[in-house]
Design a protein around this ligand. Structure first.
Ligand code: AMP
Length: 315
């Protein structure tokens, strides 16, 4: 069975990041603030997914986006023909992490070239069997979906910014979603319910066939008609930059599903472990560095470590 291609839409960005503790950089010095780090939901997801499967990106960048980064993507077999370069500035996001390196405050979001972006799928992209509608304006996620032809699996990622600001459009999108991936805070915000079991039930009643609730360093929960699955996260000794962990999780997960070509409850469980492993590589370095050379084998090794965390043996 041949690995299927994945279509990914999302942001490509410059991120300004502030950390609670100094981070050692290449020249041996330390820094707590980093400017103009290349990020974005599509960038992180595509890098992670490309360890498993061919990826096609739909996004927009400004004249200021570095060509060498597009080269890094292409070197990993990612099709960048769908990345539009237009006049103006690339999307910008600025975040400050709390001391727990989990919670963060968004200090600034500048849509820039995304403000007038109308995605048009490059030739052949519409047939992609797997579609990841990464975190970006839900109107753009819908526009991409409308240009696809009966995808086998539609996965949606979103965040508080859109849940509060674009509730109606998001509701429309959820009706056409196979799998929604959000974190615990977002699940509570979206459902208006604090209890996660009831929040999940409520969200599944709005359209998605499956729901993943990410719990940061505590792992994730997967809900569908067949029940609940809980996956721990890897307990890492060196967490540097959690930016993009959620996107890498989605990318690793979709990459595995694209390779298998089937999407039942068991496939999803195994895919979640790949997503968890991909995210663990992401957080070990600033920006996308931890993902740029990520291989399928490295992911597989970490999946074994995750399996051991909950292995109880026979009795
Ligand atoms: P994550 O840590 O997985 O939530 O992803 C962080 C990435 O999402 C950063 O690289 C940001 O550039 C990007 N990002 C932050 N806010 C938004 C937004 N409102 N829309 C799209 N992408 C965003």
């Amino acid at each position: 069975m041949q690995t299927k291609p994945i279509l990914i839409v999302g942001s490509m960005a410059f991120d300004d990041l502030e950390f609670p503790v100094p981070v050692r950089v290449a020249d041996g010095s330390t820094q707590t603030a980093f400017k103009d780090v290349v990020g974005g939901s599509a960038t992180y997801s595509a890098l992670a997914a490309s360890a498993f499967a061919p990826v096609r990106i739909v996004a927009v960048v400004g004249a200021d986006f570095p060509e060498p980064m597009l080269e890094v993507l292409r070197d990993r077999g990612i099709d960048t023909a769908g990345i539009e370069r237009t006049e103006g500035l690339t999307f910008r996001w600025k975040g400050r992490y709390h001391t727990d390196l989990v919670h963060r405050d968004t200090l600034d979001t500048q849509l820039n070239v995304f403000a007038n972006f109308r995605p048009r799928l490059a030739a052949g992209y519409g047939d992609s069997p797997l579609v990841l509608l990464g975190n970006i304006h839900p109107e753009l996620q819908l526009e991409v979906l409308e240009q696809t032809k009966n995808p086998e699996l539609v996965v949606v990622d979103t965040m508080n910014f859109w849940i509060t600001g674009e509730a109606k459009t998001l509701a429309k999108l959820l009706k056409r979603t196979d799998l929604l991936i959000i974190n615990d805070e977002e699940a509570r915000l979206l459902s208006g319910i604090h209890n996660l079991a009831r929040a999940a039930k409520d969200i599944l009643s709005r359209g998605p066939k499956g729901l993943i609730i990410k719990l940061g360093e505590h792992g994730s929960l997967y809900f569908d008609a067949e029940g609940i699955f809980a996956a721990p996260a890897l307990l890492l000794e060196h967490v540097v930059d959690p930016t993009g962990a959620g996107d890498s999780f989605a990318g690793g997960l979709l990459g595995y599903l694209a390779e298998r070509g089937t999407y039942d409850h068991g496939d999803l469980r195994r895919a979640i472990l790949r997503g968890t492993a991909a995210a663990s590589f992401c957080v070990e370095a600033v920006g996308t560095l931890g993902l740029e050379a990520l291989s399928r084998e490295q992911v597989a090794q970490r999946v074994e470590r995750i399996r051991h965390l909950t292995y109880v043996g026979e009795k």
